[in-house]
Write a protein of this length. Structure first.
Length: 304
């Protein structure tokens, strides 16, 4: 299944700057976006090809995940409106939800329903939750601005169909139509959505993870991946370094808003304080994500 098998992606005939394309993608026929620029193809193709080794004989590589999870570029075109943030009460409820999820995780460890090795994951989550909780309460006391958000991408799994969709128009708008920043943000969104696919396929396939963990771990994995590519010596290493700075700032900015995105900032805390443990933490979460209870995802398993 997925990342548990050998890499099987075959090179394609399309070329990006003289490099062989291993990234397979399609353009939504109904909401058709522009095609990728040559620079975007080179950058994204290298991210797709890069292999990040993890513990437990796992690895993260988008080219391998594309065996079962297709990539499509689309236009939002007004289909998904800016979500309106209900305000302080929702933010406080999210902090409470996260605390309950942590307690549930702890009880499963105490009852031996989860392997003992996952205490490491719990202790780091609990440590960062305390840090995040204090930060969020200060922001709430300072009357954070209520800001809506439109999804830049989504991952969904509907039976036999597993797909990552990136909304080019929303990404361009978020990047203020700067071509270089658009490319960097596109890379971040691509990684984030494929980490959802990785979490789904590296476990048992019974995906119903709580968003307060799932979204932060997808951000954490994306930041770590960009960090690894930035230090790889590859031709796009400098671009990956810039993408890492851009992505880290973007994830942190989510903490300044109210609404159901408070937990996204949790991924930035994990990256800044626990990047050295990433190979173990990402592997542990991938194995236990399918065993965690959740009431927040819809029936189609859409995750953004």
């Amino acid at each position: 299944m997925g990342a548990l098998t050998n890499m099987t992606a075959e090179p394609y005939n399309d070329k990006a700057g003289g490099e062989c394309m291993v990234m397979e993608y399609s353009l939504d026929e109904k909401f058709k976006p522009r095609d990728l620029t040559p620079e975007e193809k080179i950058f994204l193709n290298t991210l797709v090809s890069y292999t990040m080794s993890l513990e437990k004989s796992l690895f993260f590589q988008i080219a391998d995940l594309q065996r079962h999870t297709k990539l499509e570029f689309s236009m939002n075109g007004g289909r998904f409106k800016d979500s309106k943030s209900p305000g302080r009460d929702v933010s406080e409820n999210e902090l409470t939800e996260l605390a309950k999820m942590l307690e549930d995780f702890r009880e499963k460890l105490l009852d031996d329903r989860l392997p003992e090795e996952n205490w490491d994951l719990y202790e780091i989550w609990e440590e960062e939750w305390v840090r995040q909780n204090e930060k969020q309460k200060k922001l709430l006391d300072n009357h954070r601005k209520s800001v809506g958000s439109t999804p830049m991408g989504e991952y969904y799994n509907r039976g036999s169909e597993s797909k990552v969709v990136l909304f080019v128009d929303v990404i361009e708008k978020c990047a203020k139509h700067n071509p270089y920043d658009t490319m960097l943000l596109m890379g971040m969104v691509l990684l984030h959505e494929y980490f959802h696919s990785f979490h789904f396929h590296a476990g048992t396939g019974a995906s119903d993870p709580p968003k307060c963990f799932e979204e932060s771990m997808a951000d954490y994995g994306s930041l770590v991946m960009l960090d690894r590519v930035a230090s790889s010596g590859l031709p796009i290493a400098k671009d990956a370094e810039n993408a890492l700075k851009y992505a880290l700032g973007f994830v942190k900015s989510k903490q300044q808003r109210t609404g159901d995105i408070d937990y996204y900032g949790f991924g930035a805390c994990l990256y800044e304080n626990h990047r050295e443990e990433a190979s173990n933490l990402i592997a542990l979460y991938a194995n236990v994500s399918c065993l965690m209870d959740n009431k927040t995802l819809n029936k189609d398993n859409n995750i953004s």
